[in-house]
Design a protein around this ligand. Structure first.
Ligand SMILES: [Zn+2]
Length: 110
């Protein structure tokens, strides 16, 4: 099991690692990921208000998702904690890895 943790940086000038992989769009959080077993690429739109779970304890949101690809039986588990402004606080991802939008676009062109 691999656990990746990124902590929100307070300095607004420096983009944290998390900003590269959790894209905050108007109505959704968009993430791109790759199956660590077969390399299949995924794009996931997590709609605000639908896919985000209210986390009253931390005054923010939780994301709990499972992805299963078409190419292999590997199950990818995502668990993420966001603050009220949809900034990523930390996440864990099992059996997969987050990639950038650019990597995803390059991958699907092939
Ligand atoms: Zn796979």
């Amino acid at each position: 099991m691999f656990i990746f943790k990124f902590f929100k940086k307070k300095e607004p000038k420096t983009k944290s690692e998390s900003n590269k992989v959790f894209y905050n769009e108007k109505d959704a959080i968009v993430i791109y990921l790759k199956c660590s077993k077969c390399g299949e690429l995924f794009r996931s739109y997590l709609r605000k208000g639908y896919d985000l779970i209210n986390d009253y304890d931390n005054n923010g949101f939780l994301i709990i998702k499972e992805y299963i690809g078409a190419k292999c039986p590997n199950r990818i588990h995502l668990h993420a904690i966001l603050d009220r402004n949809y900034n990523l606080i930390e996440y864990t991802l099992e059996n997969g890895e987050l990639i950038s939008k650019e990597e995803w676009e390059k991958g699907v062109e092939k």
